[in-house]
Design a protein around this ligand. Structure first.
Ligand SMILES: *[C@@H]1O[C@H](CO)[C@@H](O)[C@H](O)[C@H]1NC(C)=O
Ligand SMILES: *[C@@H]1O[C@H](CO)[C@@H](O)[C@H](O)[C@H]1NC(C)=O
Length: 466
């Protein structure tokens, strides 16, 4: 990959200035007061592929311990997906861990001793088998707060009942007592569109409000992620960002294959296109987004025989997940990371870029037009921050496999060029840019141009001065 440099003629003659002609996408703080998103690992990719030998404490611990040691503490979340809890709650209908698989409080202690965070997974509502149990601290039976059964042998809640909030509160208090740090709240609607034969209610957005209130009442800092492919209309976007820290932008990106490969490129194309739409939508509604877009898992830690990805694809995924406000969630087999994966995931320049994009998520600015439609040859910009600092990503996603949203199929190496004007930024004077991966100084430019083979990307980081 050769970057074509074009030095500005005025190098050094002007004071350095950068002005944004675009609206900068800013993250700000989420509703629980945090800025940077949680990074880590989630079990679903390996579970869904039938790859993990067993979904239990021994096997999850092996993954997470490897993450803490090999990735040098840079990834904290050990996230349990579906299957950690048993069917039916305790005597108050409070969700319980499956004792045959996990001793959750002990596991939480172990994770915390490594400096990590423990995540659990829930879907809406109590179990219908708990209908005759009494909600903790009340005289109300679970059946009194339920409208009817839906798909997961659980009930669709009556959110208007005065004791419904107490059911959420009792669960969040239990999770807090165990030491849970993160909740993935799945199958929320509107969203979760392709749910097959799961009979979801049309609108469970008040479930998110209920969990958020309950988490606040629990007194423990617990991050709330809502899933999946949440509705992005203004009405619901407002609800997600007022109650959760992150929202899934796409459906599952993992491949439901028999073990390997863990992901397909066509699903990555779809995911990136959904992020593009998320960014454009967030910009159209808000000055400050206040909720992280979650792109689901990255399968970048393993070589091609497990991941199905070559090194260019692994870099492109990592750059895009970093650009998308850097909720870096791994799905790989962390006991089988290769040297390339470890180097990528611990790359100091890329992780430093992630702390910038966590505050300034990237937005699409198309080469030669500055537009925001999906393109095979795409440019993105993160920032500029008030300091003038910014990050640019150029990409060639390869042939559209039907999900990329761009419909073109240039094959072979392409030149991707984005001038400052395309990127929506005016730059004068001394400006220093580096290729983040190689660290190579690419100097002051009139913009960016790179020769990119299919699936290749490049990330530049620029700041004022030398
Ligand atoms: C709840 O109690 C009623 C009345 O005793 C009984 O008919 C019903 O089967 C019970 N439901 C459950 C889920 O235990
Ligand atoms: C995206 O592009 C459309 C069509 O050109 C434009 O109307 C819209 O304002 C753009 N949105 C953002 C956030 O730039």
């Amino acid at each position: 990959m050769m970057a074509i440099l074009s030095l500005a003629t005025a190098l050094g003659l002007f004071m350095s200035t950068v002005s944004a002609h675009l609206k900068v996408l800013k993250m700000g703080t989420t509703v629980d007061g945090t800025t940077l998103p949680v990074r880590g690992w989630n079990s679903w990719g390996l579970q869904a592929a039938g790859y993990i030998e067993a979904f239990d404490e021994v096997h999850v611990r092996a993954q997470c311990d490897q993450m803490y040691s090999t990735l040098q503490g840079k990834y904290s979340l050990c996230g349990l997906d579906s299957g950690w809890s048993r069917d039916g709650g305790d005597e108050n209908g409070i969700i319980q861990y499956d004792e045959k698989k996990f001793d959750l409080p002990n596991f939480a202690n172990h994770i915390h001793s490594k400096g990590g965070l423990l995540g659990v997974y829930v879907v809406p509502g109590p179990f219908v088998s708990d209908y005759n149990k009494t909600i903790k601290g009340t005289d109300t039976k679970i059946r009194d707060i339920c409208n009817h059964e839906y798909g997961f042998v659980r009930c669709a809640l009556n959110y208007d009942h005065p004791d419904t909030q107490n059911w959420f509160n009792s669960n969040a208090a239990q999770f807090a007592a165990w030491g849970v740090d993160y909740i993935k709240l799945d199958f929320i609607t509107p969203g979760s569109p392709e749910h097959g034969d799961v009979d979801l209610v049309a609108d469970s957005s008040r479930e998110v409000i209920g969990w958020h209130k309950a988490i606040q009442k629990s007194g423990r800092k617990i991050t709330l992620q809502v899933s999946w492919k949440l509705d992005r209309s203004k009405k619901y976007f407002d609800i997600w960002r007022a109650n959760a820290d992150s929202m899934r932008v796409d459906q599952d990106v993992n491949n439901y294959a028999n073990k390997t490969p863990l992901v397909k490129w066509t699903d990555v194309q779809r995911d990136i296109n959904n992020y593009r739409d998320w960014a454009v939508t967030a910009l159209s509604f808000y000055d400050v987004a206040r909720i992280h877009p979650n792109m689901d898992m990255m399968f970048v830690a393993n070589g091609p025989e497990i991941s199905g990805l070559n090194e260019d694809q692994r870099k492109t995924i990592f750059y895009h997940w970093i650009g998308a406000s850097a909720e870096l969630n791994l799905g790989s087999d962390l006991t089988k990371m290769d040297a390339f994966g470890i180097a990528l995931l611990t790359h100091p320049g890329l992780l430093s870029a992630a702390s910038f994009t966590g505050r300034y998520p990237m937005q699409p600015r198309n080469p030669s037009s500055g537009g925001n439609a999906s393109k095979q040859l795409q440019a993105w910009i993160s920032g500029p921050a008030p300091s003038g600092e910014l990050i640019v990503v150029l990409a060639n996603y390869g042939r559209d496999e039907g999900t990329g949203g761009y419909g073109t199929d240039f094959t072979g190496t392409q030149t991707v060029t984005a001038g400052w004007r395309d990127l929506g930024v005016k730059v004068e004077g001394r400006y220093r840019c580096i290729d983040v991966y190689s660290g190579e100084n690419v100097g002051l430019r009139s913009g960016f141009s790179a020769r990119l083979a299919s699936y290749q990307s490049v990330m530049y980081r620029c700041s004022k001065g030398r």
